[in-house]
Design a protein around this ligand. Sequence first.
Ligand code: IMP
Ligand code: MG
Length: 184
Amino acid sequence: MPQRPYVIDQMISAKQIAARIEELSDQIAREFAGTDKLVVVGLLRGSFVFIADLVRELDLPVEVDFLEASSYGDGTESSREVRILKDLRGQIEARDVLVVEDIVDTGFTLSHVLHLLKSRKPRKLRTIALLDKPSRREVPMKADWTGFEIPDEFVVGYGIDFAQRNRNLPFIGKVRFTDAEVED
Ligand code: IMP
Ligand code: MG
């Protein structure tokens, strides 16, 4: 199916994101003060820009690892079935762990990932999501820290894609379709 034409309207600027990351990183550093090494787990691929900025603001010894869970495919609707496509490289048993997600939408992805990671018995497991769409939630789930709550809009930029495009935008923008088709 050919891509429908769309434009991107800025919703959250790069400056607003940077300021929020400064605030959040202070709170996270307090929560994990005294840790010998925090394992920061980025959920691929959408969190790669966020985790890069976040760890550089974190005044803690950190190790970075990644986990990839299946998500949307190329559409704008969640598949609801979460599979692990790439697992962590390192062990997290008895470690301090921070899971970094781009967006909590239905909540399926984060709840599945947390269930899995909890079974590995970390010492402390916390979550941070850059964006949260609370109105879309289907399973009860709230990250310990959230960058911004947003309405039910499909967003791109700052690592987040629409059909693998627009991850490289420095800001968060919403997708607005410009053709006359009725959305299904
Ligand atoms: P959930 O399992 O429905 O909570 O979906 C979470 C995942 O869906 C996120 O990690 C994103 O990868 C993706 N997602 C949710 N909303 C959007 C969006 O507005 N734009 C792009 N990806 C999204
Ligand atoms: Mg994702």
